[in-house]
Write a protein that binds this ligand. Structure first.
Ligand code: ZN
Length: 162
């Protein structure tokens, strides 16, 4: 390995004193530009640690205050249609990972899972709660498949005897 003369151990003390320490960034984070204030001359851009899974553009999604910055991952959505409501789903369920690093609530500061249905209230789940809910939704998906098979067989039987 090359012996670097500029390693901290050999740098002159007066040179070290002029180096301003770079803020430590937790693993899995990067510094992202964040717009504070409405677009215009008063808007400021600051850099904050942002989790690598965060899909939010913090410049276009500007906030009034730094405390309002929260991080959200890519959203996945399941839409449930109805043949009585063509073109518009009756239910929409979304899931994404989130973190509100400035929150006073440690559960919101930690990464958590947000499940929404386009209503005004979202569900906030710990990773354990999300795993349990995911298992239940898998059972619901199996039940949906089973119900679809039963309905298809019923319809084929009705057609056959008609
Ligand atoms: Zn972010």
């Amino acid at each position: 390995m090359a012996n670097h003369a500029t390693s901290p151990g050999t740098a002159r003390p007066e040179a070290i004193a002029t180096v301003s320490p770079f803020p430590a960034i937790a693993p899995g984070h990067h510094l992202a530009p964040v717009a504070i204030g409405a677009p215009g001359s008063e808007q400021k851009i600051v850099f904050v640690p942002c989790p690598d899974w965060c899909a939010t553009n913090h410049v276009s999604n500007w906030v009034h205050f730094l405390e309002d910055v929260d991080h959200t991952g890519d959203e996945f959505a399941v839409h449930v249609p109805s043949f009585f409501n063509e073109g518009k789903p009756v239910y929409s369920l979304t899931a994404a990972v989130g973190s509100d690093s400035m929150s006073t609530d440690p559960r919101m500061r930690a990464a958590h899972v947000i499940v929404g249905d386009e209503g005004s209230v979202d569900a906030y789940l710990t990773p354990d709660m999300a795993r349990t809910t995911a298992n239940d939704l898998r059972k619901l998906a199996d039940k949906l498949d089973e119900a679809a098979r039963t309905a298809r067989l019923h319809n084929q039987h009705v057609e056959a005897v008609a």
